[in-house]
Design a protein around this ligand. Structure first.
Ligand SMILES: [Zn+2]
Ligand SMILES: [Zn+2]
Length: 333
């Protein structure tokens, strides 16, 4: 099978992923072999490829927002059959035994592993997944538009739920990439007001088209202080202003798996009045199932930019530079 393989971490500009010919992997008794249809790209792939996240395994095939078709099922699999459509996300496996796993917080599992980081992911013609961690997808779905839901969607959805805001309240989104453009639409469907802070004019334009109630490049100009804010950009310097321009008792959610350091915080200006900061770490499987259920009842418009497998480096480079709006998706021919 053809695969885009990372053997040595390096800046995306030197195209660290190489096209290689690998054996098609054999599923264990609990696993499915999946023929990949497409795999959406994510900023976490960039952090793995460029070395901001330490390598867990090299060589590795990255990619963790995978849609495909079951090609072969392991002997003990009960839920999936050959030909089923399947989604594979970042959370790949948990120990199912630790305190977190036993209390509904498997996203915090002490021994969790991740797709395209600990185990090979979706920038390839075939991949494997334990059937307990695969999402069953309807046969008639638009694969390319569903792929970005598997990380950008699920993690964004978890961040959205953590805000606990309700109809009529205001949420501010910092950064407007793949995840934020999905969450804005969910927030609007829930009849909340959405403000978007972004420096990128094309992202600002998309936010307006999708119904943002205010769009600008600095939170100081927001028409009123938000009840909650979510930072999607991996930029810790956004934390102080996001806290400063937050209502008393407001929540600031950090939706990134990686973020640069935050500058020092001032107690009175940034933290007092019961403001809360909360990060989001991966997702539980029920977050994913809930999101797919929610999305079914809404009109969510996912903007995609497609590329073929051999052009994966190029698409990731465009993500880094903020060249496209919405989500990038690698389509396997
Ligand atoms: Zn665990
Ligand atoms: Zn991701």
């Amino acid at each position: 099978m053809k695969a885009m393989v990372l053997r040595k971490q390096g800046l995306i500009d030197i195209f660290p992923l190489n096209m290689e010919e690998w054996e098609i992997p054999e599923p264990s008794e609990e696993e499915l072999l999946v023929r990949v249809s497409c795999c959406a790209i994510c900023r976490t792939d960039l952090h793995i490829i460029e070395g901001e996240l330490p390598p867990k395994r090299l060589p590795i095939i990255p990619g963790h927002q995978i849609v495909g078709v079951v090609e072969k099922v392991g002997g003990k699999c009960k839920k999936f059959n050959k030909g089923d459509k399947v989604g594979i996300a970042w959370l790949r496996k948990t120990c199912e035994n630790c305190l977190f796993c036993n209390t509904g917080k498997e996203n915090l599992c002490e021994n969790s592993i991740y797709t395209g980081y600990h185990e090979n992911g979706g920038y390839a013609e075939y991949t494997l997944i334990d059937e307990e961690y695969a999402y069953m997808l309807p046969k008639n779905i638009d694969e390319v538009r569903v792929a970005p839901l598997l990380c950008a969607g699920i993690i964004g959805y978890r961040a959205w739920k953590k805000t606990e805001i309700i109809k009529g309240q205001v949420v501010a989104l910092y950064g407007f990439g793949a995840s934020a453009h999905i969450i804005l639409q969910i927030a609007k469907a829930k009849e909340t007001y959405v403000y978007v802070v972004s420096q990128n004019e094309r992202h600002q334009q998309l936010a307006k088209e999708l119904g943002a109630d205010w769009v600008g490049n600095t939170p100081s100009k927001m028409p009123e202080l938000p009840d909650a804010s979510i930072i999607f950009a991996p930029n810790g310097s956004l934390i102080p202003p996001a806290l400063q321009y937050l209502k008393k008792g407001g929540k600031l959610i950090l939706a990134g798996i990686y973020m640069s350091d935050t500058p020092p915080l001032e107690y009175e200006k940034h933290l007092f009045y019961e403001k809360q900061i909360l990060s989001v770490s991966a997702n539980t499987r029920s977050d994913g199932q809930e999101l797919f259920k929610e999305i079914n009842n809404m009109q969510v418009n996912i903007h995609v930019n497609k590329a073929s497998l051999k052009d994966t480096n190029h698409l990731l480079q465009k993500l880094k530079k903020g060249v496209f709006i919405g989500s990038g998706v690698v389509v396997i021919d």
